[in-house]
Design a protein around this ligand. Structure first.
Ligand SMILES: Nc1nc2c(c(=O)[nH]1)N[C@H]1C(S)=C(S)[C@@H](COP(=O)(O)OP(=O)(O)OC[C@H]3O[C@@H](n4cnc5c(N)ncnc54)[C@H](O)[C@@H]3O)O[C@H]1N2
Ligand code: MOO
Length: 645
């Protein structure tokens, strides 16, 4: 397509809204119900859904059973018996044996010894506990009267033969498999699991366990999708990794269609040159084929929904968060229905936003969050802002909320409805830490976990951590805020009701590739001053609001070399950029410089301290944290990581 010499790329996506996408997809795949049934050994039945009602082939118990150790008697013979006026019965010579129907008959004025679980003999209609008897020669003295039926469970009272004990579609837990065993079944008919083929596509995708060439990416989508399929009641079928090659994708797709009830592909659905999956689908599927390509969602916009003669075929976006999100929104309900489960259970929780959240107009946005509770037990939802490419976002999330396509901004304090993410309930933890992240915190929280104190760490930077601790949303905030006025860290930022707990220092400095004469052997301040004005030097900056950013500003003295606008969000990211040659220098802590084998020019020690609300100092988990921080083994580990006491 050319217009006035400008080549316009083909527009693949024809974006529809979420509801329309769902409507078209469901219309194309039709009514959904269980794909079939199969008989499995009871040992493999846990978690499966019953295919049909189960009626008991036997009575349970199968005989009249004694519930106590004692004597089988005729109740009438015991009437009036007391400690003072016992009734005398003749003890029959036998004892009821377990697992046998006794041959003896209990005649008037006789008693037969019987164990718990033994079959009640003919003639007897009650059992007297051994505690209410005394032996006297060949006689038994009964010291407490029994009414007819005392301590007997009659045959069939638990389950009568022919009674329905479990209903079709019931989920088999250990309680139900126990019942099936009790009625003598060793096999059971369960609903078949729908087979879901999973195909990862892309030249860069490498299976875990193999070396990772530069530019390659481990296949995480296949794993998370396969296990999410299992969680939804399906049976994953891993169809492998296919390169960006039309013939290869077509071959794998045709095989998957022949073997599975549902076919999932991930990657290759947006607009890159390798994104040929939808092209292959358009040719290879039977009608109706592709019904949606592009949904106004974030994440998940390039989602492609199709049907090959009623069989669901979905291309999920390659980005891990987008793939798993769209799976849960569009595919999981289909798998559940094919497995005979209900499509979804959606209870929401109300939670408040701790800060402003903006969103793109015209796209329904799903924001994954972690939940904490404030002083009054009200929930606060911290968005996890790592983007669709993140592989950890989904695993850390407690839930998500939805921003309508017409809304562009939600304010701090706004209340949103949180949908719990599949397979997770908001985790209750002992200690909530919000603020800046530091490897030292990992050490401390790891040691706490080992001694039984659970924690949740929400890394949002020092300033947001301080705000959270002021609002009572956490027990501890990790902060490293530099105050240029006083030249000190953290103390100037405290307010009423907050305590500063001394943490540790981290040596900050300029990092560069070893051997770079522009930095080697110089003082940090001089090296940066010269480099910032030298042609061809590229820096890597830190995000605004970080403690390190203030240091950069001081060092740069107003200069803005190339790379000033590139804001890494962690010390590690700075070191990676320099090590890989994307930048020539940056500011980071010495630990990451050492890990990466970079040169390091020290600037000064940065204090990483902890802010705790005075009101929470007495909490058990806070005391455990403070004790850990002060402990010798923890301090030794911190020192070994280059963190100074
Ligand atoms: N010009 C445009 N570019 C993009 C658009 C757009 O509308 N116009 N959409 C963006 C959005 S939104 C998303 S989401 C992605 C989805 O792209 P694809 O589905 O085509 O996926 P790929 O390009 O193949 O891969 C994206 C990303 O994910 C990684 N990946 C792929 N497969 C796996 C896997 N099995 N395991 C782990 N990671 C995987 C892949 O390496 C890429 O990094 O497109 C945007 N672009
Ligand atoms: O839809 Mo993409 O999933 O926004 O990143």
């Amino acid at each position: 397509m050319t217009s006035g010499g400008v080549v316009k790329q083909a527009q693949f996506l024809n974006v529809v809204d979420r509801a329309e996408a769902e409507r078209r997809f469901r219309a194309a795949i039709g009514e959904l119900g269980p794909v079939g049934a199969e008989v499995v050994p009871l040992d493999a039945a846990l978690g499966r859904l019953l295919a049909e009602d189960v009626a008991s082939p036997v009575d349970v118990p199968g005989f009249d059973r004694s519930n106590v150790d004692g004597y089988a008697v005729r109740a009438a013979d015991t009437f009036g018996a007391t400690e003072h006026e016992p009734r005398r019965l003749r003890r029959l010579p036998d004892v009821v044996a377990m697992g046998r129907i006794p041959e003896a008959t209990v005649e008037p004025n006789t008693a037969l010894a019987i164990p718990t679980g033994g079959a009640v003999p003919r003639g007897a209609d009650a059992i007297v506990m051994v505690e209410h008897t005394q032996l006297d020669g060949d006689d038994v003295l009964i010291t407490k009267a029994a009414i007819p039926g005392r301590s007997i469970t009659y045959a069939g009272t638990d389950v009568a033969q022919g009674e329905v004990v479990l209903r079709a579609k019931e989920r088999l837990t250990s309680r139900e498999t126990g019942v099936l065993a009790a009625i003598g079944l060793d096999h059971v008919a369960v609903l078949a699991r729908p087979r879901v083929a999973i195909l990862s596509t892309g030249d860069e995708i490498v299976p875990p366990g193999q070396p990772l060439p530069p530019g390659a990416v481990y296949d995480s989508n296949a794993r998370i999708l396969a296990d999410a399929v299992r969680e939804a009641g399906g049976e994953p079928f891993l169809a492998g990794i296919v390169p960006d090659d039309e013939a290869a994708v077509r071959g794998a797709l045709v095989r998957a269609l022949a073997e599975a009830h549902v076919v999932l592909l991930s990657g290759g659905t947006s607009k890159g040159p390798g994104d040929l999956n939808t092209r292959v689908l358009a040719e290879a599927l039977e009608p109706p084929g592709i019904v949606v390509h592009g949904v106004a969602l974030k994440p998940g916009k390039p989602l492609c929904l199709a049907s090959s003669a009623g069989k669901p075929v979905v291309v999920l976006p390659g980005f891990p968060t987008s793939a798993i999100f769209t799976f849960h929104e569009f595919v999981a309900p289909v798998v559940r229905a094919l497995a005979g489960r209900s499509e979804r259970a959606d209870d929401t929780l109300a939670a408040r936003l701790p800060f402003r959240v903006t969103s793109e107009h015209g796209r329904t946005e799903y924001v994954l969050v972690r939940l904490v509770s404030d002083e009054h037990g009200a929930l606060v939802a911290y968005p996890i802002g790592k983007g669709s490419g993140s592989v950890t976002t989904f695993s850390q999330a407690d839930g998500f909320f939805i921003i309508d396509e017409r809304v562009e901004m939600l304010d701090a304090g706004d209340v949103v409805a949180i949908h719990p993410v599949a397979g997770s309930r908001p985790r209750q933890v002992d200690l909530v830490v919000i603020g800046s992240h530091c490897v030292g915190l990992d050490v401390l929280l790891g040691r706490l976990a080992a001694s039984g104190t659970t924690s949740k760490l929400i890394a949002v930077g020092s300033e947001a951590g301080l705000a959270a601790v002021r609002r009572g949303e956490c027990d501890v905030a990790g902060v490293h805020l530099y105050d240029p006025e006083t030249g000190t860290y953290n103390t100037p930022f405290l307010g009423p009701g907050l305590e500063l707990v001394r943490g540790y220092g981290r040596m900050q400095g300029v990092v560069f590739r070893p051997g770079d004469a522009r930095f080697e052997g110089k003082r940090a301040e001089d090296a940066v001053r010269e480099a910032a004005r030298a042609p061809g030097v590229v820096m890597i900056n830190r995000n605004r609001g970080s403690g390190t950013r203030a240091l950069y500003d001081r060092l740069l003295e107003g200069a803005r070399p190339a790379g000033h606008s590139v804001e890494a969000s962690s010390h590690r990211a700075v070191a990676a950029a320099v090590a890989q040659g994307r930048a020539d220098f940056g500011v980071a802590i010495d630990i990451v410089a050492r890990d990466r084998g970079l040169g390091f020019l020290p600037i000064g020690e940065e204090r990483f301290d902890f802010v705790v609300p005075s009101a929470r100092l007495a909490r058990t988990a806070v005391r455990a944290f403070l004790a850990e921080l002060a402990s010798e083994p923890a301090r030794n580990t911190l020192r070994a990581r280059g963190l100074l006491a």
